[in-house]
Ligand binder design. Structure first.
Ligand code: F6R
Length: 242
């Protein structure tokens, strides 16, 4: 794992954008795995800014999002589809038909998960997966003790994850209890991974990732076994650990 230390959230976001744009220059048909949440908002802002200034094209890019809440349609402002459209897709030249986010309002979540995994395989997999990390070590919505062999699946969210995400909703009650997420094995099949970590609240998770054992009780620890992971972390997250 390579670790790139940056001063703050803004620098993390611009370095991450540079990283992605560099990959796009080599491969305009990049299959990009995307995350939501607070961490990549600044990254998406930078990608939009760069698209406007330099015309970087996403015409031939395909994207796959990690996860989506069950019960929310893409029109719901709290859905991850809505987030992606607002933060990124509506502002770049990507073809919406090439953007895939699990369907939160699918009638048959189990079947959908199988189809999503097939879709990933049919496209040759993800070239570069962007990840954030939960303070309990979750990646995607793979909570502690998720099998390292897991593929796209339906999950019940941990209370701590619902509480952490309640800031985006009117109340905790409104936070869905279940989600669809790519599994750990699905994430590990990505050819390359870029993990973004910002803020003091992620410091313990970063310590555990860098220094703890590789163990299903801390899902992100599996990243230590991936051949091509870059972490961009800011000072507040790193503290004195690396
Ligand atoms: C979101 C996702 C989650 C987040 C994680 C951190 O698509 O997959 O694993 O990356 O919950 O969230 P933030 O960035 O809000 O701290």
């Amino acid at each position: 794992m390579k670790i790139l230390k940056v001063s703050d959230y803004a620098e993390m976001s611009s370095k991450a954008a540079e990283f992605i744009i560099g990959k796009l220059q080599h491969n305009p048909k990049l299959n990009l795995g995307l995350a939501t949440g607070g961490t990549p908002v600044g990254l998406y802002e930078q990608l939009v800014k760069n698209h406007k200034q330099n015309n970087t094209s996403y015409r031939n890019v395909t994207t796959f999002n990690l996860d989506e809440y069950i019960g929310l349609s893409g029109e719901n402002p709290n859905s991850y589809r809505f987030y992606m459209n607002e933060q990124l897709f509506n502002h770049i030249d990507i073809q919406k038909s090439n953007t895939f986010v699990p369907l939160g309002d699918t009638q048959n979540p189990q079947q959908f998960c199988v189809e999503y995994e097939k879709l990933l395989a049919a496209h040759g997999g993800v070239d570069l997966q962007i990840l954030g990390i939960g303070s309990n070590g979750h990646i995607g919505f793979n909570e502690p003790y998720t099998s390292f062999q897991s593929e796209t699946h339906l999950v019940e969210l941990e209370a701590s994850t619902r509480e952490a995400n309640a800031r985006f909703f009117n109340s905790l009650d409104e936070v869905p209890t279940h989600a669809i997420t790519m599994g750990i094995a699905s994430i590990m099949r990505s050819k390359e991974i870029l993990l973004l970590v910002s803020g003091e609240s992620k410091r313990d998770a970063l310590v555990q990732l860098l220094q703890g054992d590789v163990n299903e009780n801390f899902p992100a620890s599996i990243l230590r076994t991936h051949p091509c992971v870059t972490i961009i972390a800011d000072k507040a997250a790193i503290g004195k650990i690396a």
